[in-house]
Structure formats: structure tokens, C-alpha cells
Design a protein around this ligand. Structure first.
Ligand SMILES: [Zn+2]
Length: 148
């Protein structure tokens, strides 16, 4: 497994910043897909009812002809693991078979709180937490404070 590259998480955070204030009561999340050491796609959370960042990034990678299987997913917040207005991102990611998911912070939402990470790990996906945690905590302060 190659080392974690923080520049990819920075790219995910940049994608998140691009939708700040546009995601209603969902957290503004950014996600990038890395394969073969290259950033192949990025995505960000859409307005309420639209796709979450992970789905946007995976679809962009696939649309560009880049498989997610065997690659890395970098996402600033733990993937959601429950059905809300959209299906759970954790199951969606498991179906795509990346080898690793790199996460900034755990999601403090009461219906997630580590359950997304647990689902990924149970599927044999390597999960790394806490990458660029400080700037992500600052960016997501509004979301984090809601569940403090
Ligand atoms: Zn989600």
C-alpha cells in the first residue's frame, strides 16, 4: 500500500470549499478518487436530495473511464451509513471495491459515528482516519458543533 498523500486530501477539502453554503442541512463534503497514483476525479455534495460527494466523485471517475476498484477514495468526512434522502454512501463505496478509503474526520451524526468506517472495514477495505484533521475540523465546525 503506498503512503497517504495529503495533497489528495487537500484536493478533497478544496472541492468541499467549493460547495460551502450550498448543501442545506447536509455537511459540505469533498471527495477525490486516486488510481495509479493520479487524482482521476473529484466530487462534492450536491444540494439537499442530490448526491453526496462520494457518489459524485465515483461517477465522475467512471465517466472518465477510470475504475475505482483497486484505487483510493479520499473524503473529508466519514461516509454516511444510513438511508436518508439518498442511499448510504458506505454501501455504495463497498460495491465499488476501492482498496483504501482515507478519511479526514469521523461523522458525529448519531446515525453514523463510526458505523460507516466499520462497514468499509468489514468489507476488507483499508481505512485510514485523521488525515488533515485540523483544517477539516475548522472547515466543518458548523456541522461538528451541531452534534457536540
Ligand atoms: Zn453519504
Amino acid at each position: 500500500m503506498p503512503p497517504i498523500d495529503e495533497t489528495f486530501m487537500q484536493a478533497a477539502l478544496d472541492a468541499a470549499r467549493s460547495v460551502a453554503g450550498q448543501t442545506g442541512d447536509n455537511p459540505p463534503v469533498g471527495c477525490v478518487i486516486v488510481n495509479g497514483g493520479q487524482l482521476v476525479a473529484s466530487g462534492a455534495t450536491q444540494p439537499p436530495g442530490g448526491s453526496h460527494a462520494e457518489v459524485m466523485a465515483v461517477r465522475a471517475a467512471e465517466a472518465g473511464g477510470h475504475p475505482v476498484a483497486g484505487g483510493d477514495v479520499y473524503v473529508i468526512l466519514e461516509p454516511c451509513s444510513f438511508t436518508g434522502r439518498t442511499p448510504p454512501c458506505s454501501r455504495f463505496i463497498v460495491e465499488k471495491q476501492p482498496r483504501r478509503v482515507v478519511i479526514g474526520l469521523r461523522d458525529p451524526h448519531p446515525l453514523v459515528r463510526g458505523a460507516g468506517i466499520a462497514e468499509l472495514r468489514a468489507a476488507g477495505i483499508d481505512v485510514v482516519e485523521g488525515v488533515l484533521a485540523a483544517p477539516i475540523r475548522q472547515f466543518l465546525a458548523g456541522w461538528l458543533e451541531r452534534f457536540a
